[in-house]
Design a protein around this ligand. Structure first.
Ligand SMILES: Cc1ncc(COP(=O)(O)O)c(C=O)c1O
Length: 348
């Protein structure tokens, strides 16, 4: 009998948001606006060119990203979504039994990818739905190799500010990698939520993680990246599955980066809708923390599953976390209206 690694036996699989034809898809934090106009055209031109392997170094994309962030291209490593880059980072620094610290609840992939890498997940409870950076710093010890700071945090939508993040980084030993996951950066208010690259980017142990899956509308093509110190980026590149970022994904990401004005316009629409939805939900009596992302968090505790079913009955798919809360992605205005109508008829 082939023996499967014991660490994986108890591991839950990643649960994706449900897809229901004809329903409002508010369960996966995707952009509701579809592909950017330039991306549609370029993919059509390229579709015939995929009989060859893609450029494994993703040179054009890396160049475009380096320019976008004003950093040396050596500092960038790409992957098939920032999920793969998370895995690459873990494989770069985590050995058997090493510890990985993160707030909890946070992005569901952190514990899964940590276990797959052979590490031990150390979950630090949130405080008031927000990362407790003091407790996270205290959770670091001699076995800790990496700490994820999800800012804004998925699924609770809250963010930590510049001072708290800098103070935290000051407390983390240089040999521990701090990965600031900024998947939702484009939806955050820059006056309240720091760009970790600006704030901490020159530190030798800080990596900033970004994705094209959210504001750039490319969730289905799988492309993400990190900006890291050069030596770390070089190792992260070694841990990538060869050719994991397809030619289409690379090209689309380059074009999408060039459509910054449209990305910003769409993000602003989402933020305006987020504020409308939050205000209305609060008026209905729901407790909703201030969101800095493209989703809101409903603190429904034991009624979370029931609320999700209630939404499903009205053809709106949301994401329940049993016993904790429900994450609702901000969609198009009419999708948000459908959600609000269901919230108004909820008798939890
Ligand atoms: C905080 C966070 N990080 C990373 C990801 C991964 O996104 P992707 O692999 O599509 O880039 C997600 C996706 O939901 C997320 O919420």
């Amino acid at each position: 009998m082939v023996r499967v690694r014991p660490a994986l036996a108890q591991l839950p699989s990643y649960v994706p948001g449900r897809k229901l034809p004809g329903a409002a898809a508010l369960a996966s934090n995707e952009s509701p606006y579809g592909m950017l106009p330039g991306v549609v055209g370029r993919l059509g031109e390229l579709a015939g060119g995929v009989s060859r392997y893609p450029d494994m170094s993703a040179a054009s994309l890396v160049r475009a990203l380096a320019e976008h962030h004003g950093v040396d291209p050596d500092r960038i490593a790409v992957g098939a979504g920032s999920s793969e880059v998370c895995a690459q980072l873990l494989h770069s620094v985590v050995g058997p039994g090493d510890e990985v610290v993160f707030g909890w609840r946070s992005f569901e992939a952190y514990p899964i990818l940590t276990a797959v890498a052979g590490g031990r997940a150390v979950r630090i409870p949130l405080r008031e739905h927000t990362l407790d950076l003091d407790a996270m710093a205290e959770g670091i010890n001699g076995r800790t190799r990496l700490v994820f700071v999800c800012n804004p945090n998925n699924p609770t939508s809250t963010a930590v500010g510049a001072r708290a993040l800098r103070d935290f980084a000051d407390r983390v030993p240089d040999e521990v990698l701090i990965v600031v996951d900024e998947a939702y950066r484009e939806y955050a208010d820059p006056a309240l939520v720091p760009d970790a690259l600006d704030l901490l980017g020159e530190r030798p142990n800080v990596v900033v993680l970004r994705t094209f899956s959210k504001a750039y509308g490319l969730a289905g093509l799988r492309v993400g990246y990190c900006v890291a110190p050069k030596e770390i980026a070089a190792t992260v590149r070694k841990t990538q599955v060869p050719f994991s970022v397809s030619a289409l994904a690379q090209e689309a990401a380059v074009v999408a980066l060039g459509e910054r004005a449209e990305v910003a316009r769409r993000a602003a629409l989402t933020v305006a809708e987020r504020e409308r939805v939050t205000g209305r939900l609060r008026a209905l009596g729901f407790e909703v923390p201030d969101s800095q992302a493209n989703f809101v968090w409903l603190q429904l505790a034991d009624t979370s599953a029931e609320f999700a079913l209630h939404c499903l009955s009205g053809k709106v798919v949301v994401r329940p976390f049993l016993g904790e809360g429900v994450r609702v992605t901000i969609g198009l205005p009419e999708e948000n209206d459908a959600l609000l109508a269901l919230a108004a008829t909820w008798r939890g």
